[in-house]
Design a protein around this ligand. Structure first.
Ligand code: APR
Length: 317
């Protein structure tokens, strides 16, 4: 258990992760912050009122735009941002959300220079880079302190689809996935097993390929059903990385990490396996990729670089 976890954005994803980390008793205090008056206060109070039923004692509190409440946070999760609206270009969304996360990170880092920052706002890889740039003005080891959550969500979806197809427990599956968060992500069947048995021995290639495509489009599938993006699985997937840090679990998990030469890339944030512990990213794990996997990862990195170009014109970066 750590002392304080702060979640920025009390929308669908932010509120869900605050609830999940409280239920898991991962911090003495869980602080929820939103820009909309009383939203965080109301949701935090609602969660706190469930504490005796769930049996947790994490004190959940909500505040409106009061960053002093985040002082001395051990872990900070940033979910704040605007959804894409009709008529808004992808570039508009990137610059709008980059400005939001930049302002928020500037406030947060003053109060918690040692916090681990977990970015969730989309487009994920580029927003994580924007937060890194802000944080790096204030701390010595920004690349260990700042990472993005996408891989644990994408892997959870991939496992859910495999479990459904094979009629096995999702909990029994080990899997890995790399690349940017979006259609170019790279699920890795060669690194997927069920109870130690390689997936490739249990499932034909055609079914595996269908599951890979469904995973890549997993976010869109929910948007089509709900008209808005997902929150239960994203909240749980954020909780998983928060837990790895809060409990210093040193788990290998896929997160959006800063590369400084690993996999042949520099100065880019993209999904790779890392060891997660109390310092955040303890180590980027470099795995062996075959030609096909390597080509898919390179395509994904090219896509992330394209999106990053929008940041080049922005004075904040
Ligand atoms: N400061 C604090 N909170 C803010 C700010 C800001 N400057 N700007 C927006 N917010 C808040 C909004 O008021 C809202 O409550 O961020 C919250 C975002 O919540 P939702 O719109 O419900 O979005 P959500 O589904 O939670 O997704 C959040 O996570 O998965 C990603 O793509 C998703 O980028 C999106 C983010």
């Amino acid at each position: 258990m750590v002392n304080k976890i702060t979640v920025i954005g009390a929308g669908n994803v932010g509120a869900t992760v605050a609830n999940d980390v409280a239920i898991k008793n991962l911090a003495e205090e869980v602080i929820l912050i939103d820009i909309v008056e009383n939203l965080a206060e109301g949701k935090a109070l609602d969660m706190w009122e469930s504490s005796s039923i769930w049996g947790f004692h994490s004190r959940v509190k909500g505040v409106t735009n009061d960053y002093a409440a985040s002082k001395d946070s051990d872990i900070i999760v940033i979910t704040a941002g605007k959804p894409r609206k009709p008529g808004m270009s992808r570039d508009d969304l990137i610059s709008t959300n980059a400005k939001i996360v930049n302002i928020i990170a500037t406030e947060l880092i003053k109060y918690s220079p040692n916090a681990i920052f977990i970015v969730v706002t989309n487009p994920l890889d580029v927003m994580t880079y924007a937060v890194y740039k802000t944080v790096s003005k204030y701390v010595d080891k920004p690349r260990t302190q700042v990472f993005g959550m996408a891989g644990t969500l994408d892997v959870a979806r991939y496992k859910a689809f495999i479990a459904e197809a094979l009629n096995v427990s999702p909990d029994n599956i080990q899997a890995l996935l790399m690349g940017g968060h979006g259609d170019t992500m790279v699920p890795l069947p060669r690194y997927t097993s069920i109870g130690g048995v390689p997936l490739t021995q249990l499932m034909d290639k055609e079914t595996i390929d269908k599951i890979i495509v469904r995973t890549q489009k997993g976010g869109g599938e929910i948007v089509q059903l709900l008209g808005t993006s997902a929150w239960y699985a994203p909240g749980a997937a954020i909780m998983q990385v928060v837990e790895a840090v809060a409990l210093n679990k040193r788990e290998i998990l896929p997160v959006c990490a800063y590369l400084n030469g690993e996999y042949g890339y520099k100065d880019i944030y993209i999904g790779v396996p890392v060891i997660l512990g109390k310092n955040g990213i303890e180590k980027v794990v470099e795995i062996e990729l075959n030609e096909e996997e390597r080509a898919a990862f390179d395509r994904s990195a090219e896509h992330v670089k394209e999106v990053m170009k929008v940041l080049d014109d922005m004075a904040i970066i």
